[in-house]
Design a protein around this ligand. Structure first.
Ligand code: ATP
Ligand code: MG
Length: 225
């Protein structure tokens, strides 16, 4: 049986990227024993309200966050596309770049996984990739009938298949639970509080420098925190 190292990626708005994303990506890289995990920030997200800052800023923050992490990298294809970021299009584009035999694993938090039936062309995803759903505090596995059936039909327990087949399986994986969200960070900044230690210092510095999310210097935020 031929084993091919999977291409593992995590998409998201990353508005901004935080340690929940980064730790998830790093733990998956170690667990799957792959060289790298790729973060793909969305250009124009389709399933949610307008992000709190531009695609250029969100991409820049992800680039800063992974700059010194050899096992994490960024792919800017969704931002560069300047079109609505549908995962079906991204998967087709990745499949085109990587060829038919390369396993592709799309990583998502449990909230995203459970919402899959609302994603455009979601039924085609498993013909293009494997899906890895990771536990996320606050989002228990409470699948509706559609997702329960989908999970039961495709779920595998061992990572072997991720190296043996290019697509078609679902894995659900528990890792260090970090109850951090980008919403929490945007709210803290807007309230004049620091998000330090929830996101890398380089990201926080970028937020301050570019005055994102309503940032203003005040009593609780100074250059020191
Ligand atoms: P927002 O609050 O703006 O929705 P978010 O923190 O959910 O931001 P997203 O960019 O929406 O971040 O999420 C990108 C991907 O990362 C999704 O698949 C999401 O489920 C996952 N994710 C986000 N935060 C965590 C976390 N703390 N642990 C595990 N997965 C996470
Ligand atoms: Mg989210």
């Amino acid at each position: 049986m031929q084993l091919v190292e999977p291409y593992v990626f995590m998409g998201g708005t990353f508005d901004p990227v935080h340690n929940g994303h980064l730790r998830t990506a790093l733990e998956l890289q170690q667990w799957l024993k792959v060289k790298q995990v790729t973060l793909i920030p969305s250009g124009e997200p389709v399933h949610r309200s307008e992000p709190g800052c531009s695609a250029k800023d969100r991409l820049a923050m992800v680039e800063l966050a992974v700059a010194d992490a050899a096992s994490l990298q960024v792919d800017s294809r969704e931002v560069d596309a300047h079109t609505p970021s549908y995962s079906a299009l991204t998967l087709a584009s990745l499949r085109q770049s990587l060829g038919p035999d390369k396993p592709i694993c799309m990583v998502m938090g449990m909230d995203a996984y459970l919402s899959l039936p609302s994603w455009k062309d979601w039924h085609t995803f498993l013909s293009l990739c494997h899906i890895i759903a990771v536990a996320r505090p606050g989002y228990a596995y409470t699948a509706d009938d559609v997702m329960d059936d989908f999970t039961r039909r495709h779920q595998i327990e061992s990572t072997d298949m991720l190296w043996q087949q290019p697509c078609g399986a679902v894995m659900i994986h528990e890792l260090t639970p970090l109850g951090i969200s980008a919403t929490q960070i945007r709210n803290l900044v807007a309230q004049g509080k620091t998000p330090r230690y929830l996101t890398p210092d380089q990201v926080w510095e970028y937020i301050k420098q570019h005055q994102l999310y309503g940032y203003q210097r005040g009593d609780w935020i100074s250059d020191a925190n």
